[in-house]
Design a protein around this ligand. Sequence first.
Ligand code: C2O
Length: 557
Amino acid sequence: MASWAHSVMVVLAIILLPIMVETKVWHYKFNVVMKNFTRLCETKPIVTINGKFPGPTLYTREDDRVIVKLVNNVPHNITIHWHGIRQLRTGWSDGPAYVTQCPIQSGQSYLYKFNVTGQRGTLLWHAHITWLRATVHGAIVILPKHGVPYPFPKPDHEKVVILGEWWKSDADDVMNQWIQTGMPPNVSDAHTINGYPGPVPNCSTSTGYTLHVESGKTYLLRIINAALNEDLFLKIAKHQFTVVEVDACYVKPFKTDTIYIAPGQTTTALLTADQNSGKYLMAISPFMDTIVAVDNQTAISTLRYKSTKMYSPTILTALPAVNATSATNVFIESLKSLNSAKYPALVPLKIDHFLTFVVGVGVNPCSTCINGSRVVAGINNVTFVMPTTPLLQAHYFNISGVYTDDFPGNPVAPYNYTGSGPLTNMQITNGTKVYRLAYNSTVQVVIQGNSVIAPESHPIHLHGFNFFVVGKGMGNFDPLNDPKKFNLVDPVERNTLNVPTAGWTAIRFRADNPGVWFLHCHLEVHTTWGLKMAFLVDNGKGPNESIIPPPKDLPTC
Ligand code: C2O
């Protein structure tokens, strides 16, 4: 090419580039305020964002930028986590208190700033400190890029459906019960659908949510489990769901009449209003297939066709039994990555770190507790102790004494994790330990449930990454034979997995995001008890592979 032509091209590129790559910035203001809701049968105010429960939906678009100004007008400290947003190099905006930031104190504000890179679908945001997320949560809707269609038939309408759990007493008081007594805290008093508990005994003001539909139309339901401690089933009488995406990753569409969803997970599904006009029960109920107590109440809502007669009866359906393990398996095993040319499943095939995390609850001595012991939880017999200086700050500014990087990547003394023999390995040590990874290294983690006190399913969430769920099974993971059965072609990609009761799940991811990233059980009660750890991913080469410098308004502790 002649040199003048080359110069013209360069000049044109400089002029056009900002036009071509211009990203929209979505601005939001999140005001933290107290508010009363009579539909929750209580007169006490709850902590909300902008006086809404659930909070406002944060709409954005793939490859755009989001800036949320959070202003804290309540007495509580707060932080917000954008659950599932990758936060590439922007750990300062990830949100978990004392992991990536100090809490935003009463009267203070903070700007959360992040790009939404290569993600589209439904996620959630929630408070990430104490048990505040019981009332401080909402949906994130990431629309596909302009001109890029959904890889499924275009719905006529979209609806957000947020499932939650409600306590009559302040959720933080429920948490403090454990701190004082060492005993498991109370289960919730009701489940909610979009903030409505449905009819509650002894409460004339409680109402149920109504999903209004029009005959023949198709709805994209963005379903979010924002509950603290319970896996849930969702059913709508006589209607089928076609699941098309989970955790903002497209899946091969499949039909089901029951959605199974754990705290922190999202499921986007199509529903066609293809029945006779009328009212249909829409309900959620808990899943728990072991001896652990749950709030066994069903939250009742209604799917209602336009022009339904006022007094028509509601058509009912039965929900799965509380211990319907098979229903959860059917759902989980139906999830496969779309793995199309446009949305390939880039499963790491060569692995640098083979890790095994044994997760579960145990007991530690506690002289001030009711039984002389405290229920705790951990990973590889380590209960994570929250530091008072955020890990990310300690890492970035080289502050020593905040954490150590000797988190055991495998159990120190292996045992029969899922046996039913005498109680062993109950004692757990305390520590603030991270597992260190080089930039771009590849990781496999087998998350193995233990049965030390009670086997239990765990929804494990990893910040900063999506991972592929390459395998799962019952009992102890067999490192020789189980990997032969791994799905390395189209495993589901997500950010919150399910470890089955007395079983294991294996995931793979690439550590292509420098920073400090929390991994924890998304049952808030288990996080409180210490079932958490963090990965520290070192910077790679140059600024594009390094953590951005901290913002000026980063809160101090
Ligand atoms: Cu949605 Cu660390 O959590």
